[in-house]
Design a protein around this ligand. Structure first.
Ligand code: NAD
Ligand code: UDP
Length: 315
């Protein structure tokens, strides 16, 4: 049985990846320090013999007994409010954590995939963003702690690839959504859906003309699985290229939820908030034969019951 270590396994993406690798017949070792994740996301996996969980901070030395075939490094605060609250942990998990895991991969002769992000492009001056674009990041702005950690993570991973010959993969993930996002993680989709269900104002930052392109989690997981199994070591964008303004997104969610008390509530725009974001996914199409399959309407319909259920247990 092949073994995969997934860091950040109790988080949104890590838990979905754990499900996928178990379904593919792997033994999954999940590792997480639960700073933003929840055991609820992996409670269904805990009784299984093909799942092992370690409560551990990967910025500290990482030890895993026995053989390992793959490592997926997904541990990191990921939402702007989380990484603004935990700037040092964010920098550490992207740098020290990545270094520890690359060292582990080298010792075990495992293939390692890192979760990079569209944030490496910063507030992009090129649209849509393709992998050759080097980005426009403010290193000392509030988002710099996340963006620069991820840029360092890519550089360190590439150095292990070229210098040590380690098998590495880099996925640049664009805004992804689905069940198991934390309701209060501050990202736009959990914020808007919860506010719409509660019949509150949907907090639009700025005038809502900034854009994002939202990918459903199952599509992302498929892209990551294909990338891991490919022989391509350069960064690959995975995301959905259907771009929408934040204001239109709020209106779409209000319509879907159908609570007539909800309204649009404009708030100040956070510093360095990227104005436009849309992935160019032609590389993923070419080398992985991957394209997103789930349109936003379907993805939002799949996601809504999770938030309704979560909120009914806290109201
Ligand atoms: P999440 O907050 O739900 O999950 C992150 C997990 O990592 C949490 O369970 C947290 O407890 C754990 N963690 C954080 N620091 C740790 C540490 N030092 N040691 C061990 N565990 C630690 O976030 P997510 O959305 O699932 O994101 C997962 C990864 O994907 C992150 O690396 C993030 O940067 C990347 N990513 C996500 C998106 C997205 O849209 N969801 C976009 C781009 C990149
Ligand atoms: N946003 C918003 N209201 C919220 C949360 C976010 O208008 O309650 C905006 C935010 O300013 C950004 C976009 O939605 O322009 C996406 O924000 P998110 O935090 O989800 O992810 P980002 O892509 O900025 O990392």
């Amino acid at each position: 049985m092949k073994k995969v270590l997934i860091t950040g396994a109790a988080g949104f993406l890590g838990s979905h990846l754990s499900d996928r690798f178990i379904a593919e017949g792997f033994h999954v070792i999940g590792m997480d320090n639960l700073i933003t994740g929840s055991m609820d996301n992996i409670a269904h996996l805990m009784p299984r013999e093909d799942f092992t969980f370690y409560h551990h901070d990967v910025s500290k030395f990482v030890h895993v007994p026995g053989e390992l075939d793959y490592i997926l490094h997904f541990a990191s605060p990921a939402s702007p409010i989380d990484y603004l609250k935990m700037p040092i942990q964010t920098l550490k998990v992207g740098s020290l954590g990545t270094h520890n895991l690359l060292g582990l991969a080298k010792a075990k002769n495992a293939r390692m995939l890192i979760a990079s992000t569209s944030e490496v492009y910063g507030d992009p001056l090129v649209h849509p963003q393709h992998e050759e674009y080097w980005g426009n990041v403010n290193p000392v702005g509030p988002r710099g702690v996340y963006d620069e950690a991820k840029r360092f993570q890519e550089a360190m991973t590439m150095a292990y690839h070229t210098y040590h010959g380690l098998e590495t993969r880099i996925v640049r993930i664009f805004n992804t959504y689905g069940p198991r996002m934390r309701i209060d993680d501050g990202r736009v989709l959990p914020a808007f859906i919860s506010q719409a269900i509660r019949g509150e104002g949907l907090t639009i930052f700025g005038d809502g003309s900034q854009t994002r392109s939202f990918c459903y989690v199952d599509d992302l997981v498929e892209g990551i699985y294909r990338l891991l199994m490919s022989d391509y070591a350069q960064p690959v964008n995975i995301g959905n290229s259907d771009e929408i303004t934040i204001k239109a997104f709020a209106e779409e969610i209000m319509e879907l939820v159908g609570n007539s008390n909800a309204f649009l509530d404009q708030r100040p725009l956070p510093v360095d908030d990227p104005k436009r974001r849309r992935p160019d996914t032609s590389l993923a199409k070419k080398i992985l034969d991957w394209e997103p399959k789930t349109d936003r309407k379907t993805g939002l319909k799949n996601t809504l019951p999770y938030f309704q259920q979560k909120l009914s247990s806290v109201i």
